[in-house]
Design a protein around this ligand. Structure first.
Ligand SMILES: NC(=O)c1ccc[n+]([C@@H]2O[C@H](COP(=O)([O-])OP(=O)(O)OC[C@H]3O[C@@H](n4cnc5c(N)ncnc54)[C@H](OP(=O)(O)O)[C@@H]3O)[C@@H](O)[C@H]2O)c1
Length: 284
């Protein structure tokens, strides 16, 4: 049978092995897309290097450059992906350190918030760059990642990126970096909107007289069920809402108050403000 795993001959180097790098490494290994011998990582702290080695069996380097150059492809069937997974404020130093360390066939995938493809490519002197925008539920494999690529990224590399990002949950390729900023406002900042609503609903339950634990149970499962029902039924949200809105009933009363309070407009304005913020942060 033909090998359908696009990562079977791919080697990975993770630059900065913090929370997100670990999530991706754990996902790649759990799904058996690669073995530990195909992964190396770098980290400035020895304790963290030891932890990653013991936990996942991956080789760890103190030097970012050594980790990257060790994954240079050795033949036409091999490929390698370098994942930049440091905090935005550390990126400049890391790019300086890695300048000119790549060969043409390598692919750089950045998960660094706000860092533009052009900036990364110029500073690394390397053209094949993918920029991703994951979100926090990626930490339990339920994330949503938007990504886009420079024109030098080929089809094989694109399918490798898709396979890699599957380790975080779902992913969608968007057309350009403006849409990465849009996804930053919608899916990456999105959990914040949901958590605020979750908190407000739990507090409303406590206000009525439920214990906090019972209010949390009711709200968590209600939210989970409502989302799953929306996804599985493929119905428009308004249709689902109408299904539970009987004349003169509780939903009708609640909807009236939410519209009166401008909830829909507030959400729309919040997403737009987050989009503008993402755009302005990208310019710094
Ligand atoms: N967490 C998320 O859900 C999420 C979502 C979307 C995007 N992102 C983006 O993903 C990137 C990584 O986030 P994260 O949550 O994984 O952060 P993190 O846990 O802080 O991971 C970054 C790691 O890089 C290490 N580091 C610091 N300086 C370094 C250097 N010079 N060379 C190599 N490694 C270095 C840090 O070590 P120390 O701990 O010793 O400082 C840390 O372990 C960030 O740019 C973030 O914006 C994260």
């Amino acid at each position: 049978m033909a090998d359908t795993n696009p990562l079977s001959n791919c080697r990975f180097a993770f630059v900065g092995c913090g929370v997100m790098a670990e999530v991706i490494i754990a996902g790649l290994l759990r799904k058996k897309l690669v073995g530990p011998e195909q992964i190396v990582g770098s980290h400035p702290r020895q304790a963290r290097r030891e932890e990653m080695h013991v936990k996942y069996g991956v080789e760890m380097f103190e030097s970012n450059r050594e980790a990257v150059t060790g994954t240079h492809p050795e033949g036409p069937d091999n490929s390698s992906i370098i994942v930049l997974a440091v905090k935005p404020q550390r990126l400049h130093v890391v790019l300086e350190e890695l300048k000119g360390a790549f060969v043409k066939e390598q692919l750089v995938v950045s998960i660094v918030t706000g860092a533009k493809i052009e900036t990364i490519a110029e500073q690394l002197l390397h053209a094949s760059v993918v920029r991703t925008m994951p979100n926090t539920p990626a930490q339990i494999g339920e994330g949503m990642t938007a990504w886009t690529a420079s024109s030098e990224v080929n089809e094989q590399q694109e399918s490798q990126v898709r396979a890699m990002l599957d380790a975080l949950g779902k992913n969608v390729r968007v057309e350009n970096e403006r849409q990465i900023d849009m996804a930053t406002a919608l899916s990456a900042t999105g959990p914040t909107y949901i958590y605020l609503m979750m908190e407000a609903l739990i507090d409303a339950g406590v206000h009525m007289g439920f214990s906090r634990r019972v209010a949390e149970d009711l709200v968590h499962q209600m939210m989970r069920g409502a989302v799953l029902f929306a996804v599985e039924s493929h119905k428009h949200p308004a249709e689902l809402r109408n299904m539970v809105t009987s004349p003169g009933g509780t939903s009708a009363e609640a909807i009236y108050q939410m519209e009166k309070g401008g909830l829909r407009t507030v959400l729309s304005k919040a997403v737009w403000a987050a989009f503008q913020r993402a755009e302005s942060l990208g310019k710094i």
